[in-house]
Write a protein that binds this ligand. Structure first.
Ligand SMILES: [Zn+2]
Length: 112
């Protein structure tokens, strides 16, 4: 299961789009969903996820690299309109996600 962090209160949640059990925040907009994905273990591993949760819990703002955010938003909107033929483009999506993760980590290192 995906470990994610609530955008609003920093509580760890299971699944990026699951309503938070603490504050009941649910990422409804595409941007909020994209941010939730970026704050999940798909992009941040182990301690990094806890550290990000601490930042939100202490009232700090998380910097989302614009390129990574835009890329995830675009993938989300593409997924919504994609037909069954989307199966063929899966390896390309995986490569894109890997690239996004790399950009995110570089930006994370750069911003911290
Ligand atoms: Zn919450």
């Amino acid at each position: 299961m995906t470990q994610a962090i609530c955008l609003q209160c920093g509580t760890q949640t299971v699944g990026a789009f699951i309503p938070c059990k603490e504050c009941h925040f649910e990422p409804a907009s595409e941007e909020a969903r994209a941010k939730s994905i970026l704050l999940s273990d798909h992009f941040i591993r182990g301690e990094g996820l806890k550290e990000t949760a601490r930042v939100i819990q202490s009232g700090g703002a998380v910097q989302f690299p614009e390129a990574a955010l835009a890329s995830v938003v675009e993938k989300l909107s593409r997924k919504r309109v994609s037909s069954p033929s989307g199966q063929r483009s899966r390896p390309r999506v995986a490569a894109g996600l890997a690239c996004t993760a790399l950009c995110f980590f570089l930006a994370l290192i750069f911003f911290t």
